[in-house]
Design a protein around this ligand. Structure first.
Ligand SMILES: [Ca+2]
Ligand SMILES: [Ca+2]
Length: 216
């Protein structure tokens, strides 16, 4: 009898974890140009193909060098401690305009990547000459890998800084879906669901516990 109820307990616990991991889903999209702070020479520019007709960049022509000046900073409220990924809608011309620096505190330290040139924070964008969604990665000297951030609940600070001029940033999409498959993650443009107050994920946990207790 003891073994039976013990197994039942394990079964219910596993069930709870599965239900709960499914319910704890959060994403949010926001316009890059609606930064809390925009430091020149990163500026807002207009283009019909950009979401809301605007994007941000350090102005630059194809095939030129230049950059490492200016940044955008976003204060983001994280609803629940967890692991998060970022996607962004971007346009880059070529190999001379296809990267940014990205730091997200408190997961990342308060480090100015434009000064330190730390490759941990270097984001390389592969697809050229076309507006597209790109998973924010780090371009290390040994290869390029998708990034994930372990964040506590509460305020966080995301900084996307110019590394090469001419790279355009339109929309940022924050998600706890860590899949590398764009179709699975389905990054999207900002909509009415992107309220300033984050979704309270804890309510679903309470409901799940209540149901399991009732079944017993
Ligand atoms: Ca450039
Ligand atoms: Ca935009």
């Amino acid at each position: 009898m003891y073994t039976k109820s013990y197994l039942l307990g394990i079964f219910l616990l596993v069930g709870l974890l599965i239900v709960n991991s499914n319910s704890l889903s959060y994403d949010r999209a926001f316009e890059a140009e609606k930064a809390d702070t925009l430091e020149e020479p990163m500026v807002v520019a207009e283009e019909d193909e950009a979401s809301d007709g605007k994007y941000i960049w350090m102005e630059g022509e194809p095939l030129t060098g230049g950059g490492d000046k200016g940044w955008a900073e976003y204060k983001l409220d994280i609803p629940a401690a967890g692991t998060y990924a970022l996607w962004a809608r971007v346009f880059v011309w070529d190999g001379n305009s296809d990267s940014f620096w990205v730091t997200w505190q408190p997961a990342d330290p308060d480090e100015d990547a434009q000064v330190t040139k730390n490759t941990e924070y270097r984001w390389s964008i592969g697809k050229k000459n076309e507006w597209h969604w790109d998973r924010i990665n780090h371009w290390l000297n040994g290869g390029t890998f998708d990034r994930e951030w372990e964040l506590p609940a509460g305020e966080s600070t995301l900084r996307i800084a110019v590394r090469e001029d001419g790279a355009k940033l339109d929309v940022v999409f924050l998600t706890d879906n860590l899949s590398a498959d764009e179709a699975d993650v389905n990054p999207r443009l900002p909509g009415p669901e992107d309220s300033i107050t984050p979704v309270e994920a804890k309510e679903k946990l309470t409901t799940t516990w209540g149901k399991i207790k009732f079944q017993r």
